[in-house]
Write a protein that binds this ligand. Structure first.
Ligand SMILES: [Mg+2]
Length: 181
């Protein structure tokens, strides 16, 4: 039953640029990182299904509204679709600890908690051991560990990579990750 393999991709800093404000508040601010679409195509060619897993605590914090987030998500999906890239699903958590208990039902979905990953596994029958997770934050790397994903990738440099007692790989971009598989 758990036979599909996923590439669990963080959104901001992996698929798209992070704007100077630190968050994408409207569709016009959504811009692909160079090579992100080619990287997604390679991942799909290699048998991975694309699943986006993104913390959007900016919703709880009032930096942008749920509707604005959904509009950004629509833009991302349209831009990926224009590149003929199929996304299996997008999971997001609007929860943020400083605004607890707002959106408390999504507390366990906020990375590094494994809620989004477990939900995807249940919904689609994904083998986590065969899957990968890619992120640019310590919480992404920890999510991989906390959910038992087979291979964990950190986008960045060895210098800014988190120090962990478990193993993960450091790559400069999503394209580098895709090509290494
Ligand atoms: Mg990120």
């Amino acid at each position: 039953m758990f036979s599909r393999k996923a590439a669990f991709l963080d959104r901001d800093g992996v698929i798209n640029r992070v704007p100077p404000s630190g968050h994408v508040a409207c569709p016009d601010e959504f811009e692909f990182l160079p090579d992100a679409p080619s990287a997604c195509k390679i991942l799909i060619e290699k048998g991975f299904e694309i699943v986006v897993v993104t913390n959007q605590g900016g919703i709880a914090r009032g930096y942008y509204t749920m509707d604005e987030y959904l509009a950004v998500n629509d833009r991302m999906l349209a831009m990926l679709s224009a590149e003929k890239i199929k996304v299996l699903d997008v999971f997001f958590s609007p929860y943020h600890p400083v605004c607890d208990p707002d959106y408390a039902e999504f507390r366990e979905w906020r990375k590094p908690a494994p809620g989004m990953i477990f939900e995807a596994r249940k919904k689609y029958g994904i083998s986590l051991l065969e899957s990968i997770i890619v992120g640019d934050m310590e919480s992404d790397v920890e999510t991989g560990k906390n959910s038992g994903i087979g291979r964990i990738f950190f986008i960045g440099s060895e210098k800014n990579a988190p120090k962990k007692r478990f193993s993960f790989q450091v790559c400069g971009s999503l394209l580098e990750v895709a090509e290494s598989l």
